[in-house]
Design a protein around this ligand. Structure first.
Ligand code: ADP
Ligand code: MG
Length: 353
């Protein structure tokens, strides 16, 4: 069974766009130090890292907890993974009906949030972008090794757009039988929220959940301080954590990032990004190299970071500045190869380096 949301190649340079600084947790001999249990695994074509601090957890309970997290992630993927043939989303994508299709509350909620991002970003974020993502080889179908024709782009534009999918009480309705959806831009973030809430519900209060670079936190690290997170400088081929742009601290909040430097392909000698501008049917073509967004949930942070990545540096920064309860750091790649950073007014409050 393949539970990937992303191409397997994302696994290779470990997908941490935002790296966690485990070592910075408790190096000052703080007397209030908490016990820590950290464990890792894989899901959605990438890795996850979880840290729980607080009361010591014995080895039997640790093993049970790690197993139960893996099984919660399998449940999550059974609904939302486009890489699982029998998942609810894959069945929805194959369903050619234009009558209302009954869906689970989970699928409906994530789609509804996707539609919210689509409407508020003027179509820059769009979960119906699947056929374009697939063409370029970043999706759940094998891609082409060429640029599309004008006719192909035109045909996609008939099949994409938030107006093509209606969210009802417990149903989704396609306006065209060929509409398919791709939730990869928000699934990792929602998964991080899902697992963090799952652990909270089991009585843990200090939780760090990271899935493929998207992070949700509650409470404090083992030094009884807010969680510290490193934001990578967006260098092509750079190892996660090797070169940091900033270190931030968060507690009870999430941080998610999108970037052009880890998941890309070469087509006809040109580097193309896995982020697509659904408004023109092409991979993004501006100089924004990475975006990191802090928000109350990782689902929101993830959707906002992808939206800004599509909108580009100027429009994206202005747009994000107007969104309540979200702050962001945008890093552009300049023609001389250097990086420039821009941030929303409140982002600097989080920086501790
Ligand atoms: P990452 O965190 O790996 O940079 P993102 O969260 O930005 O990834 O999501 C990128 C994925 O989202 C792509 O691989 C594709 O499946 C999907 N996608 C690409 N462009 C868009 C878009 N404009 N709107 C919604 N989803 C998109
Ligand atoms: Mg995203």
């Amino acid at each position: 069974m393949n539970t990937n949301f992303k191409r397997i190649s994302k696994l290779i340079p470990n997908a941490l766009l935002v790296c966690l600084l485990l070592s910075l947790g408790n190096c000052n001999g703080d007397s209030e130090a908490l016990a820590e249990f950290a464990f890792n695994g894989s899901t959605m074509g990438t890795t996850y890292h979880i840290i729980i601090t607080g009361e010591p957890i014995d080895s039997k309970a640790r093993a049970a907890l790690a197993t139960s997290v893996d099984s919660a992630l399998l449940d999550f993927n059974r609904i939302l993974s486009t890489y699982e043939d029998q998942s609810e989303i894959s069945r929805f994508n194959r369903n050619k009906s234009t009558y209302p299709i009954h869906v689970s509350d989970k699928l409906r909620e994530v789609v509804k949030t996707g539609q919210y991002f689509c409407e508020s970003s003027g179509g820059a974020f769009d979960i119906t972008v699947a056929p374009i993502v697939n063409f370029f080889g970043f999706g759940f179908e094998p891609g082409e090794n060429r640029f599309p024709t004008v006719e192909e782009i035109d045909s996609w534009l008939q099949l994409t757009g938030c107006d093509k999918l209606e969210v009802g009480d417990s149903v989704l309705t396609k306006s065209d039988p060929r509409i398919t959806i791709d939730l990869s831009a928000i699934a990792k973030g929602d998964g991080a929220d899902y697992i963090a809430e799952y652990l909270m519900a089991r009585g843990h209060q200090n939780i760090f959940v990271e899935i493929g670079g998207e992070i949700m936190t509650y409470g404090f690290n083992k030094a009884n301080k807010p969680w510290k997170v490193g934001i990578d400088r967006p260098t092509f081929g750079g190892a996660p954590g090797a070169d940091l742009q900033h270190v931030i601290q968060i507690s009870n909040e999430a941080i998610a990032s999108s970037g052009d430097y880890r998941n890309y392909r070469e087509v006809e000698g040109k580097r193309i990004s896995h982020t697509i501008d659904p408004r023109n049917g092409s991979p993004i073509a501006h100089n924004l190299a990475s975006v990191s967004v802090i928000a109350n949930t990782c689902l929101i942070a993830d959707g906002l970071s992808t939206s800004v990545m599509v909108l580009g540096p100027e429009e994206g920064l202005k747009w994000l500045e107007n969104i309540a309860d979200a702050e962001g750091l945008l890093i552009t790649r300049e023609t001389d190869g250097s990086f420039k950073e821009y941030m929303t007014t409140g982002f600097k409050e989080y920086i501790i380096d």
